[in-house]
Write a protein that binds this ligand. Structure first.
Ligand code: E4P
Length: 218
């Protein structure tokens, strides 16, 4: 399973990339706003900065909601860097735009997906990635991981090539559940990725190894 980091924060992206296990980055307009990046030119510069840090796919989301605007904006975003994946919401115009980009060889990430039916449309349109939002479903007492499983099974049954990119990951436990569900990618906060390292037996085992080494070498 690939790891993407879900942030527009350059320091966090660098830290995750330095671990040597990062496969890509997802951003969205809220994450860009959180970093105080505003204006079209600054946003685009920021995407290029991210692309120059990480050797992997970087999702950049369109702001347009109508088909023509999505096409114009998506083509401009895709031209910024070869690693850009155009992120498009799962709406009627969005699905149509994904179909267009697919025919032009421009890679897409269909975002804001909350049902198997939406994931079916994204795959039929030729999306490179589909992003089921795990945490936001859990937030409303639904089951985000179950949706990931359903999409993985549907794509396997029908032979779709769209990658299942589990999004809205909130915890390390979510990452483990995504592995079990067969997600192709999980896009995660840095804290959830670092949480994978934590185990008390690793800490106590290392402390014992170092103490034993010190005892005979002092
Ligand atoms: C990623 O593609 C999504 O934009 C992101 O994971 C949303 O996460 P949130 O539900 O924590 O905002």
């Amino acid at each position: 399973m690939k790891f993407f980091i879900d942030t527009a924060n350059v320091e966090q992206i660098k830290e995750a990339n330095d671990m040597g296990v990062l496969d890509g980055v997802t951003t969205n307009p809220s994450l860009m706003a959180k970093e105080g990046i505003k204006g079209e030119e600054n946003c685009r510069k920021h995407y290029v900065t991210i692309c120059n840090i990480v050797n992997g796919d970087v999702s950049a989301e369109v702001i347009a909601t109508q088909y023509e605007g999505m096409i114009r904006e998506g083509e401009e975003l895709a031209a910024l860097h070869p690693n850009i994946v155009v992120k498009i919401p799962c709406t009627a115009d969005g699905i149509k735009a994904i179909k267009y980009f697919s025919s032009k060889g421009i890679r897409t990430n269909c975002t804001l997906v909350f049902s198997p039916g939406q994931a079916l449309l994204a795959a039929k349109a030729g999306a490179t990635y589909v992003s089921p939002f795990v945490g936001r479903l859990d937030d409303i007492s639904s089951d985000g991981i179950e949706l990931v499983e359903k999409i993985v099974n549907m794509y396997a049954t029908y032979g779709f090539h769209t990658n299942v990119l589990a999004a809205s990951i909130r915890s390390t436990q979510h990452i483990i559940q995504c592995i079990e569900a067969g997600a192709d990618v999980a896009t995660c906060p840095l804290s959830a990725i670092k949480g994978l390292l934590k185990h008390p037996l690793t800490d106590s085992g290392l402390a014992t190894f170092l103490a034993d080494h010190e005892r005979v070498n002092r």
